[in-house]
Design a binder for this molecule. Structure first.
Ligand code: AMP
Ligand code: MG
Length: 392
């Protein structure tokens, strides 16, 4: 058995980017930049007004001062007139600041005194200007290689004219459920059978990373069927995720099937609860995860281990977000030989464990918005003490 940190390190050390491709705007969200991005212009490209108002000299913006309005500057138009003492230009948000002006007084802080004059009615005005290049200088790097592209990143790519988006190759993931007891959700289980819930959970988790994910069905608990289904998935995909069949039961053939296929097992037991019998294997440049069959184990190990692995395979090394928050109630556990992960609800800045029976109890995670992480050797945490929580 190795620590969770060792297991994660082994997995991440095996994850290397395998190429890049150019994608369109429509499909760039959720991809990882494979090249740094630089700006071809300064942002803003000129001094501009941050408000709707009147561009003037700051020293003219004294309470009760009357200013003559000499032109109107909409956003997108170049000012035609220079602002002199006692003058101002009506300007819209985003409009180019006229020469001579060094501030913009807000419409709300003025009164119209006659057809072409306004009066400043506040004591003091802020400058209300966005200075040329204050956000980005022309030629500056705006996004780093390895960045996972979200909405704000797309806005930056658009504003710097990056119309060719180079991203790392996206791996294709396969999900296989294992177990003779499983029936698909549309069937009603009878006798000792249960519904296959893990497959849909894992497919959703993989698509949320996001990566392409294909479901390959349920494998019987036989070495032959496991090997066949794994081989079929490896033929078309880069990463195969199996659930079930990895513990000590008489019919847990997944690790043996991986080996007879020719895959090299890199670890098969992690000091974590739930999720101890998690298996990770390498097959040339493809990878196989064998996650335990209990739904919570497979959910947690995907989040903690498989997700960072997939992201690293795309060149993105994200540190998990760990919140340090006070407990809202006591929590104790009997054993402390493994790192443990407990479903919790963060409410009003406090951490509350939710009702949780065991690793089969996936319902608990529908009522949780975080995972409390308890390190090896810790048996309890009291109300008010600081806990490490990963939001989910
Ligand atoms: P295993 O890891 O195969 O020993 O399975 C552990 C427990 O998880 C057993 O109670 C299984 O019935 C259950 N289980 C295995 N696979 C699934 C699945 N795909 N969906 C829901 N429960 C499962
Ligand atoms: Mg099983």
């Amino acid at each position: 058995m190795i620590s969770f940190e060792e297991a994660l390190e082994i997995a991440l050390n095996n994850a290397q980017v395998s190429g890049e491709e150019e994608v369109s705007w429509e499909s760039a969200s959720g991809r990882v930049l494979s090249r740094d991005v630089f700006s071809d212009i300064s942002m803003p490209p000129f001094d501009k007004s941050a408000v709707d108002g009147f561009a003037c000299r700051m020293r003219d913006a004294g309470c009760g001062m009357e200013l003559k309005v000499i032109e109107t500057i909409p956003a997108g138009s170049v000012p035609q007139k220079q602002v002199q003492a006692g003058e101002c230009s009506r300007i819209m948000t985003g409009g180019m600041l006229p020469t001579g002006a060094d501030s913009v007084i807000m419409v709300e802080d003025t009164e119209t005194s006659s057809a072409d004059t306004i009066k400043f009615i506040k004591k003091k005005s802020a400058a209300n200007i966005c200075i040329k290049a204050e956000d980005v200088k022309a030629g500056e790097k705006v996004l780093d290689k390895g960045t996972l592209i979200g909405a704000a990143h797309l806005a930056v790519l658009a504003s710097v004219g990056n119309t060719r988006i180079w991203v790392s190759r996206q791996p294709h993931v396969a999900v296989i459920s294992t177990g003779n007891e499983l029936v698909e959700p549309e069937d009603k289980p009878s006798g000792a059978r249960i519904r296959n819930s893990n497959a849909w959970q894992l497919v959703a988790q993989a698509r949320q990373v996001p990566v392409k994910c294909t479901y390959y069905g349920i494998a019987d608990d036989t070495p032959e069927d496991l090997q066949d289904k794994m081989a079929m998935a490896l033929y078309k995909t880069d990463i195969v995720i199996l659930t079930g069949g990895v513990s000590m039961g008489d019919f847990d053939y997944v690790p043996a099937a991986m080996e007879s296929l020719g895959a090299q097992i890199l670890f098969k037991s992690i000091a974590i609860q739930p999720g101890r019998p998690t298996v990770f294997a390498r097959y040339n440049n493809q990878f196989i995860f064998g996650l335990p069959g209990n739904p919570v184990s497979s959910f947690v190990l995907f989040e903690l281990l498989v997700k960072p692995f997939i992201l690293k395979l795309m060149g993105c090394e994200q540190q998990p977000l760990i919140l340090k928050l006070p407990m809202g109630a006591d929590f104790t556990r009997r054993k402390s030989a493994r790192k443990s992960v407990i479903p919790v609800m963060i409410r009003d800045g406090l951490v509350f464990p939710v009702e949780y029976h065991s690793s089969a109890h996936i319902n608990a995670y529908t009522k949780a918005n975080g995972m409390l992480i308890m390190e090896i050797g810790t048996t309890g945490i009291r109300k008010g003490e600081t806990a490490d929580v990963r939001p989910i």
